[in-house]
Design a protein around this ligand. Structure first.
Ligand SMILES: Nc1ncnc2c1ncn2[C@@H]1O[C@H](COP(=O)(O)OP(=O)(O)O)[C@@H](O)[C@H]1O
Ligand SMILES: [Mg+2]
Length: 407
């Protein structure tokens, strides 16, 4: 089952591109589902039919749905949520507000992943396309299983350990609502089983991320920053799509000549910045692209001879190297401020911090006993060189770090 997520700044054409990919792939024979994960759903508008949380048939082999985060959360983690609402209300917060607050940050993204996973496992589809919410939210979506997995696991363990002892005593003494065993069991299922599965799905070779941009510098800059995050979390991105490219004949008009010239330069920049990802272009259409037939035509312009569901290019990958001159890890992290970078080794993991984000990378056995010798950042690539075997268990080292990443 192939999974492709479309991300990018608001308004660049994510929904249109995801829907066009779906219309074309279904026409070519793939059982396709297009999922809207943007709370401001517009997938139904693009297809010109109202959509709900269950798949709706739009054409042969083509289905679409809009995720209802509240419904997913209620049915999977109603108890955890109920507990949070009770706790917030106890603290004097009004019910409606408590209700909103208990939809924790990342809850929308989690709901999306859970509903994608449900349909991915159903066996009903060959291809699932996700129309993501704007960039920041997409990054939260794709990094959530990883971040939540390592962070919340500890919190949960601690809470559980104290609850067993404290809860029976505390229940009689204080009025504050305490989580019961069912709440813990539900949270446990969420953090261990569900996140584990979602993480495996996102890191699978069958999953790709496609970044949609328009030929505008602000949009491209944001896309480059999101690429750094995708690299840090080793999520495979196969293509960047430059949407709304002015057709040649329009550029011959005096008014658009300058646009035409800068557009060529910007597409060249995008190709260079995102290589080895593929770079595709889609023309600015004379009107909005709506309905399955028009979307499929737009898809043909975009993909040409390429397979819309294929792996269109490759992404920058982490590399472990070992030879006579030593051992090294190379991680492409384009467009980074070296001051925001922080690298340490903790036992058999390398912890890489970029600003507020942190990523742990398990070291192969051969590296785990080595000390970090040098950390450098050049030409958009982080290079961690290892020296001789270490005797200690922890070796903080951040020669090129000026700031400490948030804990
Ligand atoms: N290639 C294109 N040509 C003409 N109009 C487009 C094109 N791509 C998107 N649009 C229009 O631009 C608007 C925003 O597109 P949309 O796909 O909803 O963006 P996003 O999902 O990124 O917010 C919509 O009105 C859409 O019809
Ligand atoms: Mg959209």
């Amino acid at each position: 089952m192939r999974l492709i997520l479309y991300t990018g700044k608001g308004g660049v054409g994510k929904t249109t591109t995801a829907a066009a990919t779906g219309a074309l792939a279904a026409e070519q024979g793939l059982r396709t589902l297009v999922v809207s994960a943007d709370a401001a759903h517009s997938l139904g508008d693009v297809f010109d039919v109202p959509l709900g949380p269950e798949p709706r048939r739009l054409a042969e082999r083509l289905d679409a749905l809009e995720v209802d985060a509240r419904h997913v959360i209620e049915s999977h983690w109603g108890r955890v949520r109920g507990y949070l609402v009770a706790l917030l209300r106890y603290q004097g917060i009004e019910e409606v507000i408590a209700d909103e607050l208990a939809l924790l940050p990342g809850a929308d993204e989690l709901a999306t992943l859970v509903s994608v996973e449900k349909w991915a496992e159903s066996g009903d589809y060959d291809l699932i396309l996700v129309d993501c919410a704007p960039t920041g939210s997409t990054l939260r979506l794709v990094t959530l299983p990883e971040v939540a997995h390592s962070g919340l696991r500890w919190m949960l363990r601690l809470q559980r350990a104290t609850a067993r002892v404290v809860e029976p005593l505390a229940r009689g003494l204080i009025g504050a609502p305490l989580p019961n065993a069912e709440v813990f069991a539900e949270a446990d299922r969420l953090f261990y089983k569900t996140l584990h599965r979602l993480r495996a799905r996102l890191l699978s070779a069958q999953t790709s991320i496609r970044i949609v941009v328009t030929p505008e510098s602000m949009v491209i800059d944001e896309a480059r920053r999101s690429l750094t995050d995708l690299c840090l979390f080793q999520l495979a991105s196969d293509a960047v799509i430059v949407n709304r490219v002015l057709p040649e004949q329009a550029c011959r008009e005096a008014f658009f000549q300058e646009w035409g010239r800068t557009q060529i330069e910007r597409i060249r920049d995008v190709k260079a910045a995102f290589s080895p990802m593929a770079c595709l272009t889609a023309p600015l259409e004379p009107d909005e692209v709506r309905g399955v037939a028009a979307l499929s035509e737009h898809g043909k312009m975009l993909f040409g001879d390429r397979d819309p569901a294929g792996r269109l290019g490759s992404s920058l990958r982490l590399r472990f190297e070992r030879d006579q001159s030593g051992a090294r890890i190379r991680l492409p992290l384009p467009g980074l401020d070296p001051a925001a970078l922080d690298v340490i080794r903790i036992e058999d993991e390398l912890v890489i911090g970029v600003g507020e984000r942190r990523r742990k990378i398990a070291l192969p056995i051969g590296f785990a006993k080595l000390e970090i010798d040098r950390v450098s950042y050049r030409d958009g690539e982080l290079l961690v060189s290892f020296g001789t075997a270490s005797s200690s268990h922890s070796s903080p080292s951040s020669p090129c770090a000026a700031t400490q990443a948030a804990p």
